[in-house]
Design a protein. Structure first.
Length: 143
């Protein structure tokens, strides 16, 4: 009886481990359908230095990117590790050959010295994650 239970469990494990490994279009493990083309995101600049800025100032820079692929680019998110840096980006699809923008606003309030902030951009492009960097030297006015 014990052998039958063990054999049944092994068969059940083999059956369930093959679930989802089909080759159909709806399979989660199938390779992406590239017949519609692929998107390729290329930023004109990957970093920006604001130089010296006064503490309390809000500075912004717009990163521009081009779609060098053959399908629309859709940005799914742009995030930072600090609430002092806020990215704003195009939500609409960017067609092949067109460009899009990602604006970064850095609030220097409460900051001092060299600051480096990383913006993580996620999209449906061939390179799905791109890192952008801003730097600034925040100076305080000691009156």
């Amino acid at each position: 009886m014990r052998k039958i239970i063990i054999l049944s469990l092994v068969i059940l494990a083999l059956i369930t481990s093959n679930c989802g490994s089909g080759t159909g279009k709806n399979s989660a493990r199938s390779s992406p359908d590239t017949s519609a083309g692929t998107s390729e995101i290329v930023f004109r600049e990957y970093q920006h230095d604001f130089g010296k800025v006064a503490e309390g100032e809000k500075v912004s820079f717009t990163f521009t990117f081009d779609n060098k692929g053959t399908a629309d680019i859709v940005l799914s998110s742009a995030t930072t590790t600090c609430g002092c840096t806020v990215p704003k980006y195009d939500k609409k699809p960017i067609p092949p050959g067109a460009n899009g923008n990602l604006e970064v606003v850095f609030d220097t309030s409460g900051r001092n010295g060299m600051q480096t902030k990383i913006i993580t951009v996620k999209s449906n492009a061939l390179t799905p994650v791109v890192l952008l960097k801003i730097t600034a030297e925040v100076v305080t006015d000691n009156k």
